[in-house]
Write a protein that binds this ligand. Sequence first.
Ligand code: PMP
Length: 422
Amino acid sequence: SAPAPLAVLGRDVRVPLATGGEAGYVPLDYAASAPALQRVWDDVAAYAPYYGSVHRGAGYLSQLSTDLFEQSRETVARFLGCRPGDEVLFTRSTTDSLNLLAAALPAGTRVFVFETEHHAALLPWERAEDGEVVYLPAPHTPEQAVALLDTALHGAPKGPKLVCVTGASNVTGEIWPVRQLAAAAHRHGARIVLDAAQLAPHRPVDITALDVDWVAFSGHKLYAPFGAGVLAGRADWLDEARPYLAGGGATRTVARAGEQVEVEWHRGTARHEAGSPNVVGAYAIASACKALTEAGFASLVTRERELLARLRDGLAAIPGVRVLSLFGEASERVGVLSFVVAGHDSSQLATDLSALHGIGVRSGLFCAHPLVRTLLGSEPDAFGECGAPDAVPGERSLDAIRVSFGAGTPGEHVERFLAALA
Ligand code: PMP
């Protein structure tokens, strides 16, 4: 039998139903934000009385907070298998991490990105100075993804290049061939950043073993509370770049020089972390990294596979359900799956699952509009006019339902979802 789920917050939350009763809440939207681990919450609560400003105060609690903040960096570095010299920056989220890297690209960098990416990985790159963004078409197998990248890089002119890829899709849950994509990037002298927002909660992400240059992820998808994320990897481009945020903490010296202000910026993590850092967020992420490492990804993956198999069998037994996939039926997935039901509007189904059954899923285009259009584009008109929250105004409603789960999900939640949908 599957290992037990990890203890998460919100297990006893009851929600009102439209029918007048109430039900225990079933969170199946882990891909948006996972419930925090009880262990993470307890660690944060134990630390809270010792709050102090980081990197500034002489007081005991300031020193303690500074130590905890820096130790959190080391914990994350171990969790990600960082190389000597790699930097771990605390940011606000994956979106923030990727925007930070985009702001740090050397002038003229060509960025290669699949059009199927989450918008957070698709959109930040246009800002690179004198740069260019090359959008790669949707691949239909992992091998094709590698071949498409290889061909594009082969034909690219000299100059700095960056590839941005997802580790696991937030729409289909499918795992991308990161190691092979990294090898292709490096063969052509390009750097590669991994968007691990969906992969890190489900699989070990080892920057050395995958041989990627940077990794980005969000705390709130990794069983920590909101507000903090990570960008980890090579220091050189980051140390050469203009600071992401200009302000206190990022500067070594500031002095008036005639009409100007002359600034010498720090190198290293301080360069991009101006302002008072989110020590609680960093500490919570480190706590989540420790908890996942102790639980062991082997056992988390075993559970996930069992739940996923049950979910897929159950969905296959419901008439009209089509599970969305870019790489085909047999592809390896994390606990994230989107589907449509012929003749039913996805957003209405999602609304009903909540209002009538207390089940939280998501419907829409999942901030990956080009991907969802590719997945649904040739679908006969099985969708109603009721648009998803992020549907495109004036377009026929194209949206799907996403069900996603994780380390805190008991088998009973999958059963309740299947029964309700049926
Ligand atoms: N990339 C992927 C694959 C995601 O799923 C998400 C969140 N849906 C993000 C990036 C952005 O994460 P955040 O909203 O925490 O910045």
